[in-house]
Design a protein around this ligand. Structure first.
Ligand code: ADP
Ligand code: MG
Length: 247
């Protein structure tokens, strides 16, 4: 359903993507790689926020650039940065995002309730975002991506700043979404996607260096180990943010 054809992207000094091609049907896909691998760049190109230097993004065979506004209803995107409107309440923020997505006003209230419940924020909806913790802000970002039940979810480091309990909840939520939708999750935390991703896409310096079913990748790169060992095998010397996360 989602297809990337030979996507290339360069910033002034950096070659961020060097010809990335992908074909994704329904299911959860992990986009794994250390900081600077090109994960966010790839997501920004899929969502149309950035233009590639060359290449194409297709949804069900149609160029997403040509789909234009229609693509907005198909796409749910949780960006990595939290540029939230602090003076808004959670409800106001979701209502604003629902309007941007052109969700009919008659459905907005129900959609806000549904998505807030999915991330366990129902009780906090009428509080200002300025009072939200980092984890709560992250969760409302996830909620806005779910508004309108889009067929494609693009989640950039969705578990950043979440405590272990929230991480598990989000993991389960995304696994559930992946039963019918295309769910792409960028992360450098293997345990966030282990067990829920049907396919791992390992991105290194703008190239896909390995891709496939987790068990196949383990057999190929770390026969006596785990997906974590595959990650270390492929990215061992690469930069990471040095953070460790509970499993
Ligand atoms: P990731 O999300 O995997 O950490 P990014 O896509 O953010 O990787 O970055 C890929 C590369 O592109 C990095 O080398 C990064 O420094 C560079 N980069 C990202 N955004 C910009 C930008 N706006 N201007 C210049 N370079 C950028
Ligand atoms: Mg990133």
């Amino acid at each position: 359903m989602l297809k990337l054809k030979e996507i290339k992207k360069a910033y002034k000094k950096t070659q961020a993507l060097e010809g990335v091609s992908l074909s994704l049907g329904p299911g959860v896909y992990a986009l794994l790689g250390p900081n600077g691998a090109g994960k966010s760049t790839m997501m920004n190109i899929i969502t149309g926020n950035l233009k590639p230097k060359s290449g194409q993004v297709l949804w069900k065979g149609e160029d997403t650039e040509k789909l234009g506004r229609c693509f907005r209803r198909i796409l749910g995107y949780a960006p990595q940065q939290q540029g939230l409107y602090d003076v808004f309440t959670g409800r106001r923020f979701l209502s604003y995002m629902a309007a941007l997505k052109e969700i009919p006003p008659s459905r907005t209230h129900a959609e806000i309730e549904r998505t807030a419940a999915a991330v366990n924020l129902t009780a906090k909806l009428d509080k200002k975002l300025s009072t939200y913790s980092g984890g709560m802000k992250q969760r409302i970002l996830i909620a806005q991506a779910l508004l309108g039940a889009p067929e494609l979810l693009v989640m950039d480091e969705p578990t950043a700043g979440l405590d272990p309990k929230e991480r598990i909840r989000v993991r389960e939520l995304l696994a559930q979404e992946g039963k019918q939708k295309v769910v792409l999750i960028a992360t450098h935390v293997v345990s966030d996607v282990e067990g829920i991703a049907k396919e791992m896409i390992l991105l290194k310096k703008g190239r896909i260096v390995a891709q496939g079913d987790p068990a196949d990748l383990i057999a190929r790169f770390a026969p006596t180990g785990t997906m974590e060992d595959v990650y270390l095998q492929l990215f061992g010397e690469d930069e990471t943010d040095g953070q460790t996360y509970p499993r």
